[in-house]
Design a protein around this ligand. Structure first.
Ligand SMILES: [Zn+2]
Length: 468
């Protein structure tokens, strides 16, 4: 029995690992690499295995950097089951469809510009076919996915349905337990439960996106948000929030409901201006069994989710355009999250040159995106090819991250009942090395940073380094 580290070991995105045991091959996640064109070209390359020869896939959560190559896997011949949380299946219908239509539009654009490679990575049909292969699980349910290999999902508190995966292998009388973190959430964030405890594990693969930093506390973040709303009201402007459709949008609506009176939100109109976020929100509100206690009590008292009488779900284009006439009192949540396209661009065009308006940046902005330029304080930006002066106030509110910080990750690792061997994956190189040191110092666990192609012998615990 062995585990091969494959994707997300060198870069932040594109999670994928390969377990070989009991004569079977199982994939843990199959994510898309995201970033510049050069990074994304990797997605088109052949898999380092034959998709037909894979026996099962286990998917930790719906985000594209974990699920986004599954349609390609199916397109290239994979016919087996994909085990994942039942809420993840619903979110994947939304996310993979979106990912496929982006790929289709991109291909169309390339063909208009005379490029030779004009095939989309996969189509909406491919994506929907992949979802058909998904088999829903609940948290804490143990499932024997293949003879000798059992899987259990535990709540990771990252997005709805997100799980860390416990795999129990029993090969020729030798038993080993491997835990794969997927992405881990912050302890104490709204709506979702805290990450569950690990229990027993021989080997733990841990993500490290924010393994080198600490987030601001939720209380401080709430004060920050409240102050922005108060100032925007005083300035008689609008508030724009570029937000990711899944997770962040629902959290913001929930927080607005929770602070409705404290932040005097009755004098505002809130627009959720993203068809994808609207669909995702419906899935979030339907799965109340997955919320934490606070959110459950909140719902029981208010009898509606999200608890906002002044919320407008503007799915249709003409509804979105109608928002343009509002000069003040509008809170507009729209995608894309990093401002590299989508409806947020139209709203920026209408508001960015007005000093009375406020822009809240609440998520990670990759280098090279418009969102990053706003965070960096650029005084002029290009929107649909035309220059605009940045006069609106830009606020970076970091405390709402869907990823746990260094202390969250340590707390989760510390919930292991024994001393596992730890493998740091899914982060930037520098951060992984730093987090490895932190784990050694704080927890005294054996810790390695594996590279793509490295193979872990699950019987002996030896890590065989790939030739480089
Ligand atoms: Zn994620």
């Amino acid at each position: 029995m062995e585990l091969e580290f494959y994707g997300a070991t060198r870069r932040v995105t594109g999670s994928c690992h390969i377990l070989r045991a009991c004569g079977y091959t199982v994939l843990l996640d199959c994510g898309l690499v995201q970033g510049g064109a050069e990074d994304e070209a990797v997605n088109r390359q052949p898999f380092p295995f034959d998709p037909v020869g894979i026996d099962a896939v286990v998917l930790s959560h719906g985000h594209i950097d974990h699920s986004g190559r599954i349609p390609l896997l199916v397109k290239r011949g994979y016919r087996g089951p994909i085990h994942t949380h039942e809420a993840t299946i619903e979110l994947c219908r939304v996310l993979l469809k979106d990912s496929a239509s982006l790929a289709e539009h991109d291909a169309e654009r390339r063909s208009r510009h005379g490029h030779h490679n004009t095939k989309p990575l996969y189509t909406v049909d491919d994506a929907m076919r992949a979802v058909e292969h998904m088999q829903g699980m609940r948290y804490e349910e143990m499932r024997e996915i293949l003879p000798g290999i059992s899987v259990r999902l535990h709540d990771a508190g990252h997005i709805l349905g997100s799980a860390f995966v416990e795999i129990q292998v029993n090969e020729a009388g030798k038993r080993r337990t491997i835990v794969f973190s997927g992405d881990l959430g912050q302890y104490g964030i709204p709506i979702l439960n805290d990450p569950a405890a690990i229990g027993h594990a021989d080997y733990v693969l841990v993500e490290s996106t924010y393994g080198d930093r600490l987030h601001r506390s939720l209380d401080e973040t709430m004060k920050e948000l409240g102050d922005i709303v108060t100032n925007a009201c005083r300035d008689c402007g609008n508030i724009l929030i570029p937000a990711f459709a899944i997770g962040r949008s629902q959290e913001l609506l929930y927080l607005f409901g929770e602070h409705y009176h404290a932040w005097d939100l009755a004098s505002w109109q809130v627009f959720l201006d993203s068809p994808m976020a609207i669909e995702a929100s419906r899935i979030y509100w339907e799965h109340s069994e997955l919320w934490d206690e606070e959110a459950s009590v909140f719902r029981k008292n208010l009898r509606r989710m999200p608890p906002l009488g002044n919320l407008h779900l503007t799915a249709r284009v003409e509804q979105s355009i109608a928002i343009n006439s509002r000069r003040q009192g509008a809170i507009i949540i729209a995608g894309s999250g990093m401002c590299n396209g989508g409806r947020i661009i139209h709203h920026l065009k209408n508001n960015i040159e007005r000093p009375e308006c406020h822009i809240i940046i609440s998520g990670f902005m990759a280098a090279g995106t418009l969102g990053r330029r706003l965070v960096d304080g650029d005084k002029e930006v290009y929107l649909h090819g035309a220059p605009y002066r940045v006069a609106a106030r830009v606020h970076t509110v970091g405390g709402l991250s869907a990823h746990g910080d260094r202390d969250d990750l340590l707390r989760w690792l510390g919930s292991c009942e024994c001393k596992p061997n730890v493998y740091v994956v899914h982060g930037e190189d520098k951060v992984k090395e730093q987090f490895r040191e932190t784990i050694k110092t704080e927890l005294a666990f054996e810790t390695e940073v594996p590279k793509p192609g490295d193979i872990l012998d699950l019987v002996t615990g030896d890590l065989k380094r790939a030739q480089s």
